[in-house]
Ligand binder design. Structure first.
Ligand code: DUC
Ligand code: ZN
Ligand code: ZN
Length: 471
């Protein structure tokens, strides 16, 4: 039966207006005032806001790392996403097999239990003539984005020449290169020195990965992109200096874009000095208050285009089970690095926290308009990653991925409200105003208040189009 959502305030990236939405099957059929339909299930959204489902362009699910695995898989992570109002996620394919094709095929097997719609970026962590020749075939697999690293020497990093070559292949195929910017050489030296000096605590994770490495490698990659006449997307921006570099490059007409993540807007090295500091260990690390502030300027002023999460959770204490869907689960986590910061699995939970946290701290505080919030968390990622207007939009013909948002709902947020499969939440005890009330995925209600109506395997793989716009 059709669904008629009545009386809500639609919030898009451009405007807010009162209207009804008629959903037929998986799509939005009609939007307008006082829609009358003979046979439809009516959902009263009076006093609520209607947002397009969130699009998280940066998550890691079921990712083996540090002798363990990130604790959300493609089912649990996408369920958590849905509870937080996100109906599309983009994961990463690890280049673990000889060919791109094999790596993508293996990833599909893991990903098919997703409960919301999903796609993937390709981690381009090896580059030679064979890989270069195979890249164009990724388009046929629906993958149009390549992530490269300037850190993790000997494992993930490509040298500048190969990044330049990858940028040219991407340009010729309408693909987009994404950059993890840190200085791998400097990190390796500082880590060795820190360990030799007996430094073992989590704060050394940040102290051995200096902000200047992120700043200089971001600018270096922007220069490579300019030289290759190719677009580039800077992931997980974490320093004020990167905002400065992005602004500098964009003012000069370079086709460069940026993403930050909530953790870089709120947390600092001081959090790493807490007794439970390992909870905040991620790469790149959280920085200083001045970085938080400049990143906020970047998102509110329009220099930064998207807010993703880099969701990659681990248990804080993976020796103690938690109950997940009624069953005990324990997965080795941050305790692996209790005596050595280099052994702490890198990564944080966040896929379900993103919209609730940013609504209160961004829209509630006046740093963002509701329209900017939608642009940063849904519409812009959908556009940049070739999913718009299928996703990221409230338009006739778009997928009916719809969040009924209660702007008045007050909660004390934390691990019991977020559905991420881990034993802690970075925002424990935060007082939030504004939460998702109902979440629809292609016309199906999958979250209704606290009730989970979704199912493993109901998410669809989203093949993406090449030639997506540079915003
Ligand atoms: N950073 C993390 O902290 N974890 C996963 C991948 C990444 O880039
Ligand atoms: Zn990264
Ligand atoms: Zn990442």
């Amino acid at each position: 039966m059709a669904i008629l959502i009545k009386g809500g305030m639609l919030v898009t990236a451009e405007e807010s207006f009162s209207a009804d939405i008629l959903v037929e099957g998986e799509k939005i059929l009609q939007i307008g005032p006082n829609l009358q339909v003979a046979e439809a299930e009516v959902v009263d959204a009076t006093g609520k806001m209607i947002l397009p489902g969130g699009v998280d362009p940066h998550v890691h699910l079921d990712l083996p790392m540090f002798g363990t695995v990130s604790s959300d898989d493609h089912y649990t992570g996408t369920k958590a996403a849905a509870f937080g109002g996100t109906t599309t996620i983009i994961d990463f394919v690890s280049l673990d097999f000889p060919t791109l094709r094999e790596s993508v095929d293996k990833w599909h097997v893991k990903a098919e239990k997703a409960a919301v719609d999903y796609s993937a970026h390709m981690n381009l962590t090896r580059f030679d003539e064979k890989i270069a020749a195979e890249i164009p075939s990724l388009r046929g697999m629906g993958i149009t984005t390549l992530k490269v690293f300037t850190a993790y020497n000997g494992r993930l990093r490509l040298d500048d020449g190969n990044i330049f070559k990858a940028l040219r292949v991407a340009r010729d195929n309408g693909m987009l290169v994404m950059l993890h910017a840190e200085n791998g050489d400097v990190i390796d030296i500082l880590v060795a020195e820190a360990l030799a000096a007996g430094h073992r605590t989590p704060e050394w994770h940040a102290r051995t990965r200096p902000a200047w490495g992120a700043v200089e490698s971001a600018l270096r990659a922007f220069a490579l992109a300019a030289s290759a006449d190719a677009p580039l997307y800077l992931v997980h921006m974490n320093t004020g200096g990167e905002v400065d570099m992005l602004q500098y490059a964009r003012e000069r007409g370079l086709k460069v874009m940026g993403e930050t993540c909530p953790q870089y807007l709120f947390f600092t090295e001081d959090d790493l000095r807490r007794p439970d500091g390992a909870k905040w260990v991620c790469s790149p690390p959280v920085r200083m208050k001045t970085d938080n502030a400049r990143l906020w300027e970047g998102v509110s002023g329009g220099t930064i285009q998207t807010i993703g999460t880099d969701h990659c959770p681990f248990f804080f204490d993976g020796t103690k089970p938690i109950l997940y869907e009624g069953k005990p689960v324990a997965i080795p986590g941050k305790e692996l690095g209790a005596d050595d910061f280099t052994k702490i699995p890198n990564g944080l939970p966040g896929v379900g926290d993103r919209l609730p946290i940013l609504w209160t701290t961004g829209v509630g505080s006046g740093k963002l308009t509701a329209n900017q919030f939608v642009a940063l968390t849904s519409t812009n990622p959908a556009k940049i990653f070739g999913l718009y207007p299928h996703k990221g939009a409230l338009l006739p013909g778009s997928d009916a991925d719809i969040v009924i948002w209660d702007p008045q709902k007050k909660v004390k947020y934390g691990v019991t409200l977020s559905h991420q499969r881990t034993d802690y939440n970075l925002y424990e005890g935060w007082e939030l105003t504004g939460m998702p009330e109902k979440v629809f995925l292609r016309g199906q209600c999958i979250v209704d208040g606290g009730r989970w109506l979704g199912k493993a395997g109901k998410g669809q793989f989203l093949p993406r189009r090449p030639g997506a716009p540079v915003l």
